[in-house]
Ligand binder design. Structure first.
Ligand SMILES: [Zn+2]
Length: 350
């Protein structure tokens, strides 16, 4: 059995910003191979894994491989690098963090996001949020030439990278839990279904470029033509000081989050009830996600072709879209257990 911690660690530590998912896709393909009846990579880079059931009923599972990151935009005479965001960053969270540039020959070049020292700031500037355009990356070079010799070129992808680790008893911390947590849920689900009698034929789509506009999910859904779809996410856990209860989409330790509505999608009530019913039957704790913030791949999938009956299940994660996010291993395990049970019953959902 795949160890949940080790699986999340490997997926989170692998880089893959939108459009540059090759490395994480290779890792996922290697791990899922034993559970797959067929695998293919499409023109955009989506990895679609088929697990045949007794019937032709097509159940699409979706998780996005990409993580938010940056791209090298400009290298100046002194060797400082300007970078542009790829995905939704909050600039307040970026200064002084460590970044890794991934060069064309797969070298890793580390640098720090530099900023003007507080001693030199003009009065009033300390209260201002420094925008990404004003930041630079310092890789220890002294000239443009030296940066070039490190193998860095304009257009290279950049990730924030703090190695995955455990904090407390049940909590893990790392980059990219959005959405490597969802990718890991799909992998554990496929593993759990090994040898099981399942009616539905499952298409597990590990898709590209969610963070740039749900791109991979849209084309994957078109190809698969699913009868039903579930998007898996690492979603906003906001059970923390400063957030009143009605504004907390989910909390940690309360089990998988079943979405009722988000910013892009109202989940059909019978899908919500089917997921709740599965959790109750299996004795799995769950929570309902209501506040209509954000969106997921399901926003694109449910509008594919003539429309797809869809749902969203998420692992609650604190601090997503920041350099480090956290989640509970128990929530993660309960999410794949819920999903595996749902896959077995999918064709009976009325
Ligand atoms: Zn996501």
């Amino acid at each position: 059995m795949l160890d949940s911690y080790a699986l999340l660690e490997r997926l989170c530590n692998t880089p893959g910003i939108p459009g540059f998912e090759d490395e994480v896709r290779e890792v996922i393909a290697e791990i899922v191979k034993p559970f797959a009846d067929a695998m293919r990579v499409d023109a955009l880079g989506n990895l679609i894994v088929t697990r045949r059931g007794r019937s032709p009923f097509r159940l699409m599972l979706d998780a996005h491989m990409d993580e938010i990151g940056f791209m090298v935009q400009y290298i100046d005479e002194q060797g400082f690098i300007r970078f542009t965001p790829m995905g939704g960053w909050d600039p307040r969270l970026l200064l002084s963090h460590l970044l890794t540039i991934l060069t064309r020959d797969r070298q890793r070049v580390e640098g720090v996001i530099g900023t003007v020292p507080p001693h030199i700031l003009k009065p009033g500037d300390r209260e201002k949020v420094v925008q990404v355009e004003e930041m630079f990356l310092d890789v220890g070079a002294t000239s443009r030439q030296e940066v070039a010799e490190m193998g860095v070129r304009v257009g290279d992808p950049i990730v924030i990278h703090y190695p995955f680790r455990r904090i407390g008893k049940d909590t893990v911390m790392g980059k990219a839990l959005d959405d490597r947590a969802g990718c890991a849920v799909m992998i554990k689900t496929l593993e759990a279904l090994q040898g099981a009698d399942v009616d539905a034929t499952i298409y597990a789509a590990f898709v590209v470029s969610e963070e740039r506009g749900l791109i991979g999910a849209r084309t994957a859904a078109f190809q698969i033509e699913p009868d039903m779809a579930i998007a898996l996410e690492g979603t906003v856990g906001a059970d923390m000081p400063g957030v009143p209860a009605p504004r907390q989409p989910t909390g940690l330790g309360k089990g998988p989050a079943i979405t009722v509505a988000d910013g892009g999608f109202i989940v059909p009530r019978r899908m919500v009830q089917a997921l709740e019913g599965t959790a109750e039957r299996e004795g799995i704790p769950y929570q309902i996600k209501v506040p209509p913030y954000g969106g997921t791949d399901a926003s694109a999938i449910h509008q594919s072709r003539g429309g797809v009956f869809s749902g969203v299940v998420s692992v609650p994660c604190r601090y997503i879209h920041s350099p480090l996010s956290t989640c509970r291993l128990s929530d993660f395990d309960n999410t794949w257990k819920l999903l595996a049970a749902f896959c077995k019953a999918a064709t009976t959902v009325k």
